[in-house]
Design a protein around this ligand. Structure first.
Ligand code: HEC
Length: 176
């Protein structure tokens, strides 16, 4: 049996302790709350048992230090996401990363994976994560464009109204 199924099963059963899959119910809750990730998200589902253990350590050991915890987990997720995207792209020419279930958000994800994800998917030291942004307001093309024009730390990007629309839909898909 593959580890992802074990992880999902453990969560469904409400396993609270350090289950065999390495990630506990508390870890999954944190990953969902902070990054919008579920056990089905590819970046979680495809972790090897060792990686699950490592992610568990980052999420659990640093519970008392939210900033360090977020920084560590974010770095770790970015690493795994990059690998997951490479693997997917190699098997699916033309794709950047694996698709998401939400068809309405997929076109925006494709743009983001090329030019936004690096800073915003899990956030960075200075950039808010999409999860955080989605929790703070409802995004639309106008607001995204405004942010792109007026955020001093962001690379200047010129996007078409259609792209802005798709990106807004994608960011909104991270709403809790
Ligand atoms: C090089 C890193 C980087 C890239 C790439 C990047 N951003 Fe940003 N973005 C930032 C940073 C840093 C901030 C926050 C600081 C600021 O306001 O300048 C920000 C702010 C934002 C905000 C405002 C957030 C808020 O809550 O007010 C939006 C919206 C946004 N970015 C969207 C995007 C989109 C869409 C893309 C891709 C087209 C993108 N960004 C690409 C770094 C980046």
């Amino acid at each position: 049996m593959r580890a992802p199924h074990l992880a999902a099963a453990a969560l469904l059963l409400g396993a609270g302790g350090a289950a065999a899959d390495g990630l506990t119910a508390a870890d999954h809750k944190y990953l969902r709350d902070a990054f919008g990730l579920t056990p089905q998200s590819p970046v979680i589902a495809e972790l090897t048992p060792n990686e699950q253990q490592a992610l568990h350590s980052a999420a659990d050991d640093l519970k008392a230090y939210p900033d360090s915890r977020e920084r560590q987990v974010r770095r770790y997720l970015s690493l795994v996401y990059g690998r997951e995207c490479k693997r997917w792209a190699a098997a699916h020419p033309g794709a950047n990363c694996s698709p998401i279930a939400d068809a309405g958000a997929q076109p925006g994800k494709e743009i983001s994976d090329r030019i936004c994800a690096e800073c915003h998917l899990f956030g960075s030291a200075t950039a808010p994560s999409f999860r955080k942004m989605a929790g703070e307001r409802d995004w639309n093309a106008h607001k995204v464009e405004h942010a792109l024009r007026h955020s001093p730390d962001m690379v200047p990007l010129k996007l078409t109204p259609d792209m802005l629309e798709k990106l807004a839909a994608y960011i909104n898909s991270f709403k809790p």
